[in-house]
Design a protein around this ligand. Structure first.
Ligand SMILES: *Cc1c(COP(=O)(O)O)cnc(C)c1O
Length: 401
């Protein structure tokens, strides 16, 4: 049995329990970043444990400064989660009952939950078919007299076209709020997500590109007054203890998470580059005519530098592709199997057809990708996929349209 102290990549260590044979690929290995940075993370952890400061102390303050600098944003306010970051931005702008917020139909449910949490109504629109992010035309079509904000999501690590979204927003006097939970480090027309004029919500959920060892999130904004209001909201609506200016909440990143994130932030660009290298390899190996599987690879807009949170392919034979990969030990995931408007949580709240969103739910398939994916696992995914694609799919497994 290998131990952590060997400094072996975690995938090796996991081989002995979860993934015992060569040539297999688990979907993700969240433990690997700890193995890589064990000495630094342990030191950070111990520093906090000994300090006696566990909330709103020097680690959070330093992380906020370092993360704002990384993004190129003026202010960072660290909060309890990505979901909270979105909700607090909306609350700080007074968005609530009677207001509409335009959201992507194709996203993780948290985007919508932030809108309903403040009492506003999410108005879903279809994504662009190439990048799966929000484009200007459907936003324009969804604007009503009640629309207050539009909430583009940088889905799978690919930024939405902020210039185009902002142009529509300016025309209709809408607030733009960016959901960058999956896109820490991405760039849009050379500008890092977080460096623009709109407030941006980040998530540090362990699975995200910059992941804590628990929940965490942040708001990055150029607006000093917004930062001040969110600072108050996250801490019971107070700036001075027991003096409550507004009805706030409790949503704080803790010192332990901040200390861990400070270590990991120093590696983020390198890790994102490793993700991009895996993505480039997948693209190279899978570039082929569409063929009987009707395979669609993820597209990158010419102005975008994505951070490959996920590598999402599409096929009308997704279920067969998935089980044939699973048979060979290649784990995949579906982001997301049920469109948000089809979830029981939102049943009856959305009318109007969303055919592309529904189609995506039946066709998308996320391949393993990550900064710590060993070469043999990348190899296993590529060679297994190529072998499967050379066979014809069984027609019976085609996804019903
Ligand atoms: C993860 C995620 C969130 C929520 O972040 P949490 O930190 O888990 O609350 C919001 N939006 C998107 C698109 C996400 O992927």
């Amino acid at each position: 049995m290998r131990t952590l102290e060997d400094g072996q990549p975690a995938a090796r260590r996991h081989d002995e329990t979860v993934n015992p044979q060569e040539g297999k690929a688990p979907f993700v290995d969240l433990h690997a970043s700890y193995v890589e940075l064990k000495a630094e993370i342990d030191a950070a952890w111990e520093r906090v444990m000994r300090s006696g400061r566990y909330l709103l102390g020097p680690e959070v303050e330093s992380f906020e400064a370092e993360f704002a600098a990384y993004c190129g944003g003026a202010h960072c306010v660290a909060v309890g989660s990505g979901c909270d970051a979105l909700e607090l931005i909306l609350r700080a702008h007074g968005i609530g009952p009677g207001d509409e917020v335009i959201v992507p139909a194709h996203t993780f449910i948290a985007t919508w939950l932030a809108v309903t949490a403040v009492g506003a109504r999410p108005v879903p629109v279809e994504p662009e078919s190439g990048t799966y992010t929000l484009g200007p035309a459907p936003i324009e079509a969804a604007v009503t007299s009640r629309t207050r904000a539009v909430l583009p999501v940088h889905l799978y690590g690919h930024p939405a076209d902020l210039a185009a979204v902002t142009a529509v927003a300016v025309r209709h006097n809408l607030l733009v709020v960016e959901d960058a939970a999956q896109a820490t480090g991405a760039r849009c027309r050379g500008l890092r997500v977080g460096a623009g004029s709109a407030p941006v919500a980040f998530s540090f959920h362990p699975s995200k590109n910059l992941g804590a060892m628990g929940d965490g999130g942040a708001v990055v904004t150029s607006d000093a007054d917004l930062a001040r209001r969110i600072r108050m909201l996250r801490n019971y609506g107070s700036r001075t203890q027991y003096h409550h200016e507004v009805q706030g909440t409790n949503s704080r990143l803790d010192e332990l998470q901040a200390a861990i994130l400070r270590v990991k932030l120093t590696r983020l660009d390198e890790w994102n580059a490793r993700r991009a290298a895996v993505a480039a390899r997948y693209h190279r190996e899978m570039a082929r005519p569409v063929g009987p599987w009707e395979l669609v690879l993820p597209q990158t807009a010419p102005w975008a530098e994505p951070v490959w949170h996920q590598f999402v392919i599409r096929s009308v034979h997704r279920e067969e592709l998935r089980w044939r990969l699973a048979e060979k030990g290649i784990d995949t995931m579906i982001h997301y199997p049920v469109p948000v408007h089809r979830s029981p949580a939102y049943s009856g709240t959305v009318t109007g057809p969303l055919p592309l969103t529904e189609r995506l739910a039946g066709e998308v398939l996320s391949l393993p990708i990550g900064p710590h994916m060993p070469a043999d696992q990348i190899e296993a995914v590529v060679s297994t996929l190529i072998r499967i694609l050379e066979d014809a799919p069984e027609p019976a497994h085609r996804h019903p349209e």
